[in-house]
Design a protein around this ligand. Structure first.
Ligand code: AMP
Ligand code: TRP
Length: 340
């Protein structure tokens, strides 16, 4: 039986926040124990919005060091940079032939990002989900750990794989239709100041966004000033988005269900509860921050880890591309095995 293959991608843009950590990075670490994991820093995706080349390189190293500090281990997974493996861009183009244009135009992220864009709305922004599909399908991955905001991209990816197999597969499953893995608690961490919005470095408030690398005092301050409601009960409720979010954060950080948190704090006050959440988050993020400083200082080592990951990734992706080209009739015919 083929082992479970896990794939996820993360953009080397902006500072990573508690939502990224809980929704994605913590699942990456856990995935290393469940199967063959590949984690990709998607620099090509980062070119779809206006950006600075020098900044992109720097952020890529920042993110590499952050993932390593959080427990992503290059000995137990394949950690690599998307731009190092050309199969991603080739497969993106090939998959365009089974991707419906109208569907891309209707994707929520495309609509949001293109509306917010004051400069050029690039064609890359429209093709973003096709490149994302190529990322995963090139490895015939079974499972994709992501936060809630990626659900639509995963649906498209699954349809693209199915459509490819139906059109070109000749009865075979040339591409694997992957499953998403969205955590049950913490798939959508909200802004602490505006709990009706997801936590984000681009769309959120500064005071409501806890960064993975924030010093303890800053984390405490942000939790202390978190927006709650006029009630006093620590219970999840759609009418209480602030308290619900804090319950989710603590449950996710401790790895327990939300009911356990509600029970434990049933007679606590909001202020006390906020301090407990802050303490748990600080305890979880402090070691990451300390390891980060050491790892980030050694760029040649980061580069070595990425190059080694890319080599392993290429080995897998190039096999898929041989099959895809063969089935699509692209390039020279596949060499027939010589007779013995
Ligand atoms: P990005 O930084 O946009 O590449 O996102 C990296 C990962 O973090 C993706 O899997 C997202 O789904 C996840 N993510 C982003 N924001 C949040 C959030 N507020 N809550 C939970 N997961 C999130
Ligand atoms: N679009 C994802 C995000 O913004 C990043 C991403 C790129 C990704 N390729 C991927 C996620 C492949 C999962 C699988 O978070």
């Amino acid at each position: 039986m083929t082992p479970m293959r896990i794939f996820s991608g993360i953009q080397p843009t902006g500072s990573k926040h508690l939502g990224n950590y809980i929704g994605a990075i913590a699942q990456y670490v856990e995935g290393q124990d469940r199967g063959e994991a590949l984690y990709c820093l998607v620099d090509l995706h980062a070119t779809t919005l206006p950006y600075e080349p020098v900044e992109l390189r720097r952020s890529l190293y920042d993110l590499t060091a952050l993932l390593l500090a959080a427990g992503v281990d290059p000995e137990r997974c394949i950690l690599f940079r998307q731009g190092d493996v050309q199969e991603h861009t080739e497969l993106c183009w090939l998959l365009c032939s089974v991707t419906e244009l109208g569907r891309l135009q209707r994707m929520h992220q495309f609509r949001d990002k293109s509306l917010a864009q004051r400069e050029l709305v690039s064609a890359g922004l429209l093709l973003y989900p096709v490149l994302q599909a190529a990322d995963v399908l090139a490895y015939r991955a079974h499972e994709v750990p992501v936060g809630e905001d990626q659900r639509e991209h995963l649906e498209l990816m699954r349809d693209v794989a199915r459509r490819f197999n139906a059109r070109f597969g000749e009865g075979q499953e040339v591409l694997v239709v992957p499953e998403h893995r969205i955590p049950t608690v913490g798939a959508r961490i909200m802004d602490l100041q505006a709990p009706e919005r997801k936590m984000s470095t681009t769309g959120g408030t500064e005071q409501g966004t806890v960064l993975v690398l924030d010093p303890p005092a800053a984390i405490e301050k942000k939790f202390k000033s978190a927006v709650t409601d006029s009630g006093s009960e620590i219970k999840r409720d759609p009418q209480k988005p602030g308290i619900s979010n804090l319950i989710d954060i603590l449950a996710a950080v401790r790895g327990v269900g939300t009911e356990a948190i509600e029970m434990e704090f049933s007679s606590a006050r909001y202020g006390e509860f906020k301090l407990a959440v802050a303490a748990a988050v600080v305890e979880r993020l402090q070691p990451v921050r300390e390891r980060y400083e050491l790892l980030r200082a050694d760029e040649p080592e980061l580069e070595r880890i990425l190059a080694q990951g890319a080599e392993k990734a290429r080995e897998i992706a190039s096999q898929t591309l041989i099959d895809v080209r063969h089935h699509m009739g692209v390039g020279p015919p596949r060499r027939v095995q010589p007779l013995p």
